[in-house]
Design a protein around this ligand. Structure first.
Ligand code: SAH
Ligand code: F3S
Length: 484
């Protein structure tokens, strides 16, 4: 339970992001990121753009010349958190009068100019596709004008920018491969805030991975709202693929092919990816995962609900039965795979039976991990406009607790399956609870803690798993694995 709450917390918690600073840079940037991993990676892109403008990052808000907050709109709570944060900036700005404040990301895109009216402290509003315009917008701000750019793009993938890694553990990194989403789930604000789906040139993806490998990074997570839908055919919107020339169609690269290339070209590097959407998940991807030892055997496969009525109302493009068949096939091809879910409880019209269907689906799959939420109505979405948010708050809360409790049981069942085994873990950092212990993850994304010994950050080690909670394995290192 504690673990799950923590995971949920982390999903919306902001963090001041810092990197190693350059001597020649004289200005100070305080940048915080809320929401998904894509936002974290976007902040790294923004830091790279501002690095060229003479900004170093700082963790001290009071020292900042420029404060940027990369925001999330996915649930109302995420937006409230950001607004509270702006109040804190306000207090600091009273002392540091020259400090400029900018809002990036999904809230910027959703609220546009309104942000400037609603939150007087804000000088700059920049949507997810307009980060390259930040230097010009800052120029405007310094001339005393408010600056807004929330234009969504058909092409922008930031493929030409090498992100500055922020708060890096120097072992794992994110590489974005698609932007936007075309799926139009009725509850979701993302298609409105991040625009239509487009994929990034595989060449620039492979180049970025090469530069991370050169810096000794050991694990790369390929990111997108819907990675399985990746399709490179020369650039532009995915929805225009059919219109692309025949030539572009025959040379197109899909996600399974991209994954295969990454794993083949960088055999010592571990690969993960997130998020997969069941409707776009092809068994080619699963076969590619099975073929390569260095593609981690873990899939985040959000389902949102186990009820056909809810899936339909949510505009998810599959039924409960199709999802179960997909799960059967995945377990058949990779029996040791770990799976995780996102669930929304209390969506419009959800009955007790719909809720029971969700619990039954969870029993069927027995997910290793889960991210569970109560439905939060978002303005502008189809559900927000046309459907009634009619499940009482108390019922939502009770159902969420039932889903969390069941997930907790399944998580424990899954961690227990590792007991007694010797598994490979990549050392990613020091355990928060015990400074003498490392923490690392195995291929299934399960965390283990073990005594440090002579092993170093970034080593692949074999660990004998001796004990577990529902969230963490405990064990003893028995030696280096053959991946070093
Ligand atoms: N494909 C995306 C999904 C983004 S949103 C990805 O990369 O993760 C992440 C999760 O937030 C969704 O899977 C869904 O479970 C949850 N979510 C989205 N909109 C929501 C809403 N209006 N209320 C509650 N949860 C929501
Ligand atoms: Fe949102 Fe559905 Fe896309 S959850 S990000 S619209 S796949």
């Amino acid at each position: 339970m504690k673990h799950i709450e923590k995971v949920l917390d982390e999903k919306i918690q902001g963090k001041a992001l810092v990197t190693e600073n350059k001597k020649d840079n004289t200005k100070k940037l305080f940048i915080e990121s809320y929401g998904c991993q894509m936002n974290m990676n976007d902040s790294e892109i923004v830091a790279a753009i501002l690095d060229k403008e003479g900004y170093n990052t700082t963790q001290i808000l009071e020292d900042a010349d420029l404060v940027l907050v990369n925001t999330c709109s996915i649930r109302e709570k995420a937006e409230t958190t950001v607004r509270k944060r702006l109040q804190k900036y306000n207090a600091v700005k009273k002392i540091n009068k020259n400090m400029k404040v900018g809002v990036l990301g999904c809230m910027a895109e959703r609220l546009k100019e309104k942000f400037l009216e609603e939150e007087k402290i804000v000088d700059l509003v920049v949507g997810p596709d307009a980060y390259k315009d930040i230097p010009n917008l800052l120029e405007e701000v310094h001339q005393g004008r408010d600056a807004v750019n929330v234009i969504l793009s058909k092409e922008e993938t930031y493929g030409d920018i090498s992100p500055v890694r922020l708060n890096s553990n120097r072992v794992t990194a994110f590489v974005s491969i698609t932007r936007g989403c075309d799926n139009m789930c009725t509850f979701c604000v993302v298609p409105f805030t991040r625009g239509r789906e487009r994929s990034r040139d595989p060449k620039s993806i492979l180049n970025e991975i090469q530069s991370m490998v050169d810096k000794n990074y050991k694990e790369i997570t390929l990111l997108g709202q819907n990675v399985d839908s990746f399709l490179w055919f020369g650039g532009g919107l995915k929805k225009d693929f059919k219109k692309a020339s025949e030539m572009a169609q025959t040379t197109a690269v899909d996600f399974a092919q991209l994954l295969d290339r990454c794993a083949t070209e960088f055999p010592k590097t571990r690969f993960r990816f997130s998020t997969s959407n069941p409707q776009d998940m092809s068994l080619d991807v699963i076969h590619t995962m099975a073929k390569h030892k260095n593609i981690c055997k873990y899939l985040h496969l959000p389902v949102q609900s186990g009820s056909n009525a809810m899936l339909k109302a949510m505009n998810r493009q599959h039924t409960r039965e199709e999802y179960m068949e997909l799960i059967d096939n995945i377990y058949k091809i990779i029996p040791e795979i770990s799976l995780s879910q996102d669930m929304i409880v209390g969506f419009c019209g959800e009955t007790e039976q719909d809720h029971k269907d969700t619990l039954a689906l969870m029993d069927y799959v027995k997910y290793d991990f889960g991210f569970m939420f109560t439905y939060s109505e978002r303005p502008g979405t189809l559900a927000g406009n046309k459907m009634k948010d009619d499940v009482p708050f108390e019922t939502k809360k009770r159902r969420l607790q039932e889903v969390i409790d069941l997930q907790q049981e399944h998580a424990l069942y899954r961690t227990q399956q590792h007991l007694g085994k010797i598994e490979e873990f990549l050392i990613e950092g020091t355990s928060k609870k015990d400074l003498n212990k490392w923490k690392g993850r195995n291929t299934q994304n399960t965390v283990a803690v073990f005594a440090k010994g002579d092993y170093k950050l970034g080593d692949f080690v074999n660990v004998k798993v001796e004990d577990c909670t529902s969230a963490t394995l405990k064990g003893t290192v028995v030696g280096y694995s053959d991946n070093n």
